[in-house]
Design a protein around this ligand. Structure first.
Ligand code: 6PG
Length: 250
């Protein structure tokens, strides 16, 4: 088991997106060269939009789109055309603008009214694509994650049931503060990725980020601090405002 933790601080959000885009291009080309494909699980929220836009524009010609397979780390329990949909955000900013074959895009079917059925369906998709035997975990070449000010990541929120799930790959998760379900990959599925990259921007995350990265007694309660690849690379790409609270950063 090997885990490397890296933290890079970029001066501005735009520089953060540039660094993330260069990392994406490098990993995508290396994976396609090595194994003929690149599997990536996208993050939702708003921060990644800057990255997705760069990939669709400045970096589009550097990426082997036809060999890339897209998944999501989580989804809101809404149809794909809903303004809150993580799929919709990625489709609008990226997937609708690049020549990725539609059959390479595996969105979470969150239009189903039954959140448990959504999770089961997506787990079946992952098991089929990665040809998993019982007990095996998917291994994304790249997993993109964000972090909320409360330390949540994907749709694993502090104190929610899915945080404890260790058998399922994908679980429904009731989030009381939103009075809504989310669908999320579970920690075992997330942590089996080859490379996990957090993109964190904004001053509102600085305090939590310090807890997660510089550890303190309450850190273990934070979902983002529970993301540790079992055998892979963990990279935190931060902008200076998010990194403001870190002691380790000059
Ligand atoms: C979601 C995301 C979520 C997100 C964080 C940070 O569905 O909202 O998966 O985990 O990454 O909430 O969101 P921002 O990047 O918008 O701050």
């Amino acid at each position: 088991m090997s885990v490397s933790l890296e933290v890079r601080v970029l001066a501005t959000p735009q520089e953060l997106f540039q660094a993330a885009a260069k990392m994406f291009v490098s990993k995508a080309n290396a994976a396609v060269e090595r194994q003929g494909r690149f599997t990536v699980a996208l993050s939702g929220g708003s921060t990644p939009k800057g990255l997705y836009t760069l990939l669709a524009t400045d970096f589009q010609s550097s990426i082997p789109w036809e060999r890339i397979f897209f998944f999501w780390g989580d989804e809101r329990h809404v149809p794909p055309g809903h303004p809150d949909s993580n799929y919709r955000m990625a489709y609008t900013a990226l997937l609708s603008k690049v020549p990725v074959p539609p059959q390479n895009v595996f969105r979470i079917p969150a239009e189903d009214q039954n959140p448990d059925a959504v999770a089961e369906a997506y787990e079946k998709t992952l098991r089929g694509f990665f040809q998993l035997r019982p007990g095996q975990l998917p291994r994304f070449d790249l997993l993109l994650l964000g972090m909320g000010p409360d330390g949540h990541t994907a749709s694993l929120f502090p104190g929610t049931r899915a945080l404890e799930e260790r058998a399922r790959l994908v679980a429904p998760n009731w989030v009381e503060k939103f009075k809504a379900y989310r669908i999320t990959l579970t920690l075992p599925a997330l942590n089996h990725s080859a490379c996990i990259v957090f993109l964190v921007s904004g001053e509102d995350k600085a305090t939590t980020l310090r807890s997660v990265l510089e550890g303190n007694s309450s850190a273990e309660q934070l979902p983002a601090s529970m993301v540790r690849p079992t055998d892979g690379r963990l990279l935190w790409l931060l902008d200076r405002t998010a990194a403001g609270g870190l002691k380790l950063v000059p």
